[in-house]
Ligand binder design. Structure first.
Ligand code: 4AD
Ligand code: MG
Length: 461
């Protein structure tokens, strides 16, 4: 007999049908002759209640050993449930215990997220982390649907790279050298000559530069992959390994770039509101009571757009005393980003035209020569969720900017070639996938929206 997923069973409510279910026990209640077993198979948040009479176990396993965490296969008939809160239940005919779970660490009480991080291999079996995993999956699918429906091509950009796209010097080196046997006399530059790639290589911080090459051939492309930053930020919004979605569009300027970013975010939120209601309701009940209001706010309101210079003026006008005092030219801190989105505007804000001194080399320099065609999308509760820009498509300007920043232009000849041969105005952005998952679930710590978080001092599992 074919196995059924609980999500389907609860949807179809086929009373009288004989079915097989497999899953893990959430709770067991026993009366004299009957056990009530809540079983979950991960296909949805809701459990299926199984009613089992004492004689319905296989010979070698006994119902009395059944406890939270055990795995089961149950054959039985669906019946209308007399109990409150559920329409159907499963009257077991045979019940097979596949695996026992003595001393299971996840008991019915609520555990702290800190504790759950220590058992990251078991935490997907909790309601909240299971819901996060289903939402991540739905969101990832929606990312592809959004771009594919609009004619973008998915490009697999490399994970091992030799550049530092963001120029922040926060890369993880990739090496095959025997670190215990590097001749001490050799200088570091020549050490890499003997390394696997014949040069220093690192894990990518962004697929953007390679995506630009493909945008110059295919028009509109996107990459969606893991990115790595050895940034020593122990915050609730930073990971050393995170996933980023980076579209890159040929024949596109900054305003069009922002338009796509706004449509994209709204599409993701609307899709979840349509497809993941049950899981979102869990977060609205237990994590963030205003969740739906916040999601609708993003979905329905047009994002505010203002320049960095205007934002600085707004912050100064507020007279609020920030930990980092506000001055033109500074990089905005999360306290400033949150004040703009949470207090001044109460909705997402897109800031544009940042000082060139605080942005990477590839951004297009504006006519004032002081600012660049950058855009950051800032969200209430999160701060920066998207960073993007129109790219510098003028060869002379690009090279001048690289020289200003003391970059080795010889290492970027291929990137400069994109300006030498048929250059066009183009733009793109990067959405931090985990920050988006944080926003849609209300989860406070980014470590709880990725299966196995990598952060300073921690790469277990
Ligand atoms: O602003 P960033 O550094 O932009 C880029 O990497 C560009 N190359 C993107 C592009 O234009 N194609 O990063 C983009 C986004 C941020 O807005 C943030 O959401 C996320 O990536 N992000 C992080 N998320 C988690 N942990 C970190 N350490 C992150 N650093 C950036
Ligand atoms: Mg940024």
């Amino acid at each position: 007999m074919q196995c059924h997923k609980i999500v389907q069973i609860l949807r179809q409510k086929a009373v009288g049908e004989k079915i097989v279910v497999q899953g893990w026990v959430k709770t067991v209640r026993r009366s004299k002759s009957v056990s009530f077993i809540d079983i979950n198979d991960g296909s949805c948040l809701t459990n299926l209640q199984v009613i089992a009479e004492q004689n319905q176990t296989t010979d070698e396993n006994h119902l009395k050993d059944l406890s939270t965490g055990c795995s089961l296969r149950v054959t039985g008939t669906l019946a209308a449930s007399p109990a409150k809160g559920q329409d159907i239940e499963l009257q077991a005919e045979t019940l097979e215990i596949l695996g026992l779970a003595p001393d299971y660490p996840l008991q019915k009480k609520r555990h702290s997220f800190e504790y759950l991080r220590e058992i990251a291999h078991l935490r997907p079996r909790t309601n909240s982390l299971g819901a996060v995993a289903r939402i991540r999956s739905a969101l990832s699918f929606a990312v592809h649907t959004f771009f594919q429906e609009r004619g973008f091509f998915h490009i697999h950009t490399p994970i091992i790279s030799t550049g530092d796209c963001e120029g922040a010097g926060e890369t993880f080196t990739v090496t095959a050298l025997d670190l215990e046997n590097i001749p001490s006399s050799t200088n570091l530059a020549s050490v890499w000559d003997d390394d696997f790639f014949g040069c220093q290589a690192n894990l990518t911080v962004s697929g953007q530069l390679e995506a630009e090459a493909y945008a110059m051939a295919l028009g509109n492309v996107y990459t969606f992959g893991p990115t790595f930053r050895a940034e020593n930020s122990n915050t609730s919004r930073h990971l050393a390994e995170f996933w980023m979605i980076e579209p890159e569009m040929a024949f596109c300027n900054l305003q069009e770039d922002i338009d796509i970013a706004e449509q994209f975010i709204k599409y993701l939120v609307d899709t979840l509101l349509k497809d993941c209601l049950e899981d979102l309701e869990l977060f609205a009940s237990f994590i963030e009571k205003d969740l739906f209001k916040r999601l609708k706010n993003v979905s329905e309101k047009t994002f505010i757009r203002l320049s960095y210079t205007e934002a600085i003026a707004e912050l100064q006008k507020s007279k609020k005393s920030f930990k980092f005092p506000v001055a033109w030219g500074m990089d905005l801190q999360s306290e400033h980003e949150r004040y703009l989105t949470e207090v001044i505007f109460g909705q997402p804000v897109v800031l544009t035209d940042y000082p060139k001194t605080i942005k990477p080399f590839y951004m297009r320099v504006n006519e004032d020569q002081k600012t660049v065609a950058a855009m950051d999308v800032l969200f209430p509760g999160i701060g920066e969720i998207i960073g993007g820009s129109q790219r510098e498509e003028r060869q002379d300007n690009l090279v001048a900017r690289m020289n200003e920043l003391n970059m080795q232009t010889s290492e970027y000849e291929w990137y400069i070639d994109l300006r030498r041969y048929g250059t066009v105005p183009h733009a793109g952005f990067g959405l931090g996938f985990e920050r988006m998952v944080q926003f849609v679930t209300g989860m406070k710590n980014i470590r709880d929206v990725i299966p196995f978080p990598r952060t300073p001092g921690s790469a277990s599992f």
